[in-house]
Design a protein around this ligand. Structure first.
Ligand code: GAL
Length: 681
C-alpha cells in the first residue's frame, strides 16, 4: 500500500505532520560533484521535496566490475537525504547493464524481429528472458537490499525502471526458448496449440515444440494467434522479471513496499499493466504529455486509468516533466500554470505522490535538454519558483492523502487484450486506433461535464450505471456472459464497431457479427464496411462517421434504431442501435464519430440511465471535476481545461486550493485548479 510508503516518510524539516502527499523526483547525484549534493538537499528542503528515487541508472557505478562493488557514494547520498528529511525510493539499478557485462556477455542483448542486435550505448539493452542477465541482475538486487535493508532513508523499492520501455519485444533464441515454455504452460499439448493458432491454415501445423519461434520477420503476415500469444508472453516475461526482483526484496526487507513505474500512455501498449498491478505493493505511473489538441484529455485519461488499475486506491506519480522533454520531434516548454495543473490533475485522479524526471537537469548525456525541477538556469528561475509553489500546494493538500476515488456513474472499459488483438495486421482496416477510440469517448464525456472512471476488464462493473466498452474486440464466452448479466441486472452497456468479434484464441465468433454480443445487442452484421482513409458518412442527427461502417440488420423486435446512415453505401440502414435487455440496455455505435460527434450522441445514450452532468452549466466542458473520498473528507477537484478564467457557482465546502468567489462560487484562473473539502458522514 502507498500508505506504508507515506507513513515511512519522516516528518519533513518543515515539521509538517504525516499523512502528507509525497513530492520529489528521480535524483541522479552520480552525475554531479559532491558540492552540488549539498546544494541539492538545501533546494529540496526549500521546495518541500520529501521523496526521491535514487540509483535508477547506477549499475556501472555501484558495480564497476564483476566482483567489484562501490557503495560508498550511495551510503553518503542516503545519509545526506535522511538527514534532510527526504525519503528514498531506492532503485534496484538493473535498468541499464554496465559495459563490462554486455562486453563479457553479448548474449544478454535484445534482438529485433529482423535479427538485428540492439547494442549497448543507450539503456535497457537486456533480454527479459536471458538467464545470464537475470543472474547478474538478481545478484545486484541482493547486494543492494542487504546493504540498505535497515537504512532509515529507505521508504520503498523501485524495481528496474519502466520495464519494457525499450525492450518489450525481443526475438532472440532465449526468447524463443522461453516462449515455448510459456506456450506449454498455456496449452499443455501441441494439439491444443495447433487448434488455438489455427495452424490448418497455410500449412503451419507443428509436430514438435522445438519448431515454434517468436513471430520473426516472415514472408507475409505471421500467424495472428502466434502474434497475440507473443504479446501476452512478452508482457508476462517482463512481469516475471519484476517478480524475480521483488521476491528478493520481500525476503530481505519484508516491511518495505515494492513498486515499479508503469507507463500508462498510448504508445506503451506492450505491457499489460492491468495484469501487473497485483504484483506491486502500490501502483506507480509515469506520464509525459505528447502535444496534440487533446493532450490534456489524454493526461487525464492516463491518470484515470492508472486509478482504475490501482482499484481506485491511491497511486504514485513517479515521473512527469516540469516542462519540455527531449524525445519528441519538437519539445515544447509548458505554459505558465501547466506544471501545477498537470500535477494536480494526477492528484485529482488518485495520485498521492507527485514526482518528476528529474531533480537537477543534466549537463551532459542524451537527456540534457529534458526539463527538471532545478533547470540549467539554477534556482533563480521561474521554473524553480513554480516547483516550490507546487510543493506548497501539495502541503495544503495533505488531508487528501489516502483518499480513494468516488465511483462515477459512467465507466469506460479498457481492455488490453482487445487493444492488442484489434490492431493486428490483415484486418478490415489498418487505421483502427483502439486507444484513440477510448479517448474520444472520454473526451466527449469531459465536454459534457460528466465524470467517468476508466476501468480495466475484470473491474466490478456494477458500480457504474453505464459502461462504455469501445472496440471490445476480443470477447471470451465468460466476458460475454458478464456483460449480458450486467445489462440484465439494470446496467446500460454501450459498445462500438469491431466489438465482440473474436474469442481468446482470436477465432471469429461465427453466425454473423458481433458474434459474442449479437444476441445482447439484438443486431446482426453480415459484412463490415470499413471506410477509405479520409472517407466519411453522414448520420441522421448524430454527426459524421469515419473509419468504419457496418451493414446492420435488426434481429430483435425490441431493438430501437437511434440513428441511421444518411449517406454512403449503408444509407438508410441503422448506424446506432439500442436494445432493452432485462432491466438495462445494450447499445451499439457502428462508426467512428470522434469526440465531437460522440458529445452530441451521448446524451441520448445516457438517457435511459438518467446520467447527466452534475456541474453547473457555466462549467460544463470547461472544467473537469473529480471526487476523492477518504478519512480527511470528500474532495472535489475542479480543473480548468481552458486558458480563460471560469467561475463555477453554487459550490459548498472549504476551499483548500483556489479562489473563493461570492456566494459559493469558485474562480478558476486559466489553467487553474481548485480543491474543495466537505466533511464525510
Ligand atoms: C522515462 C524514463 C526516465 C527519463 C524520462 C524522460 O521514460 O524513465 O529515465 O528517460 O523518460 O522523459
Amino acid at each position: 500500500m502507498i500508505s506504508t510508503l507515506l507513513s515511512r516518510l519522516r516528518r519533513g524539516p518543515d515539521g509538517a505532520p504525516a499523512p502528507r502527499l509525497a513530492f520529489g523526483a528521480d535524483y541522479n547525484p552520480e552525475q554531479w560533484p559532491r558540492e552540488v549534493w549539498e546544494e541539492d538537499v538545501r533546494l529540496m528542503r526549500e521546495a518541500g521535496v520529501n521523496v526521491v528515487s535514487v540509483g535508477i541508472f547506477s549499475w556501472a557505478r555501484l558495480q564497476p566490475g564483476p566482483d567489484a562493488w562501490d557503495f560508498g557514494w550511495l551510503d553518503d547520498v542516503m545519509d545526506l537525504l535522511h538527514h534532510n528529511g527526504v525519503g528514498v525510493d531506492l532503485a534496484t539499478a538493473t535498468a541499464s547493464p554496465p559495459p563490462w557485462l554486455s562486453a563479457a556477455h553479448p548474449e544478454i542483448l535484445p534482438v529485433t524481429d529482423r535479427g538485428e542486435t540492439l547494442w549497448p550505448g543507450a539503456r535497457q539493452h537486456w533480454r527479459p528472458t536471458s538467464p545470464v542477465f537475470r543472474e547478474y541482475a538478481l545478484r545486484l538486487v541482493r547486494e543492494l537490499a542487504t546493504r540498505y535493508a535497515g537504512h532509515p532513508a529507505l521508504v520503498a523499492w523501485h524495481v528496474n525502471n519502466e520495464l519494457g520501455c525499450h525492450n518489450v519485444y525481443d526475438y532472440s533464441d532465449d526468447a524463443a526458448r522461453a516462449f515455448r515454455v510459456w506456450l506449454r504452460g498455456r496449452y499443455a499439448t501441441l494439439d491444443a496449440l495447433n487448434h488455438a493458432w489455427g495452424t490448418a491454415f497455410w500449412s503451419q501445423r507443428y509436430s514438435d515444440w522445438e519448431q515454434i519461434l517468436p513471430p520473426r520477420l516472415a514472408a507475409s503476415h505471421p500467424n495472428p494467434t502466434q502474434q497475440l500469444d507473443f504479446k501476452r508472453f512478452s508482457s508476462d516475461a517482463l512481469k516475471d522479471h519484476l517478480r524475480a526482483e521483488r521476491e528478493i526484496l520481500r525476503e530481505l526487507t519484508p516491511d518495505v513496499p515494492v513498486t515499479t513505474n508503469f507507463m500508462v500512455m498510448p504508445g506503451t501498449k506492450g505491457m499489460n499493466y492491468a495484469d501487473w498491478a497485483a504484483e506491486v505493493d502500490f501502483v506507480a505511473n509515469d506520464h509525459y504529455v505528447v502535444p496534440s489538441p487533446r493532450d490534456r484529455d489524454e493526461l487525464s485519461f492516463s491518470a484515470n486509468l492508472t486509478s482504475g488499475i490501482a482499484g481506485g486506491r491511491p497511486w504514485f506519480l513517479m515521473e512527469h516533466s516540469t516542462s519540455a522533454v527531449n524525445w519528441q520531434p519538437v519539445n515544447l516548454a509548458k505554459k505558465p500554470g501547466e506544471l501545477a495543473r498537470d500535477s494536480l490533475t494526477h492528484v485529482a485522479h488518485g495520485a498521492d505522490a507527485v514526482c518528476f524526471f528529474q531533480w537537477r537537469q543534466s549537463a551532459a548525456g542524451a537527456e540534457k535538454y529534458h526539463s527538471a525541477m532545478v533547470p540549467h538556469a539554477g534556482a533563480d528561475s521561474d521554473l524553480f519558483r513554480a516547483v516550490t509553489a507546487l510543493g506548497d500546494t501539495l502541503k495544503t493538500l495533505a488531508p487528501v492523502a489516502g483518499a480513494e476515488r468516488e465511483p462515477a456513474e459512467v465507466g469506460i472499459l479498457f481492455d488490453w487484450e482487445s487493444w492488442w488483438a484489434s490492431e493486428q495486421d490483415s484486418h478490415p482496416t489498418s487505421l483502427l486506433d483502439y486507444h484513440r477510440e477510448a479517448l474520444d469517448w472520454y473526451s466527449a464525456l469531459l465536454t459534457l461535464g460528466i465524470r467517468a472512471d476508466v476501468v480495466p476488464t475484470g473491474a466490478d462493473l456494477s458500480r457504474h450505471r453505464v459502461v462504455i466498452a469501445p472496440v471490445l474486440h476480443l470477447v471470451p464466452a465468460e466476458l460475454a456472459k458478464d456483460l449480458t448479466r450486467y445489462a440484465e441486472q439494470g446496467g446500460h452497456l454501450v459498445t462500438t464497431y469491431f466489438s465482440g468479434i473474436v474469442d481468446e484464441n482470436d477465432h471469429v465468433w461465427l453466425g454473423g457479427y458481433p458474434g459474442a454480443l449479437r444476441d445482447l445487442l439484438g443486431i446482426r452484421i453480415e459484412e463490415f464496411g470499413p471506410l477509405a482513409a479520409g472517407e466519411t458518412v453522414e448520420l441522421d442527427g448524430a454527426g459524421t462517421g469515419g473509419l468504419w461502417t457496418d451493414r446492420i440488420s435488426v434481429t430483435a423486435p425490441e431493438t430501437e434504431v437511434l440513428a441511421h446512415y444518411r449517406s454512403g453505401v449503408q444509407a438508410g440502414r441503422p448506424a446506432v442501435t439500442r436494445r432493452p435487455a432485462g432491466r438495462g440496455s445494450a447499445a451499439y455505435v457502428s462508426t467512428r464519430l470522434g469526440a465531437e460527434g460522440l458529445a452530441s450522441l451521448l446524451p441520448r445514450l445516457l438517457e435511459p440511465a438518467g446520467v447527466t452532468s452534475d456541474l453547473p452549466a457555466e462549467a460544463r466542458g470547461r472544467v473537469e471535476a473529480t471526487v476523492r473520498r477518504g478519512p480527511g473528507g470528500r474532495f472535489l477537484f475542479l480543473v480548468n481545461r481552458t486558458d480563460e478564467t471560469v467561475t463555477v457557482p453554487g459550490l459548498t465546502g472549504e476551499v483548500l486550493v483556489g479562489d473563493a468567489g461570492e456566494e459559493g462560487a469558485v474562480v478558476l484562473a486559466g489553467r487553474g485548479v481548485a480543491v474543495l473539502r466537505t466533511p464525510t458522514d
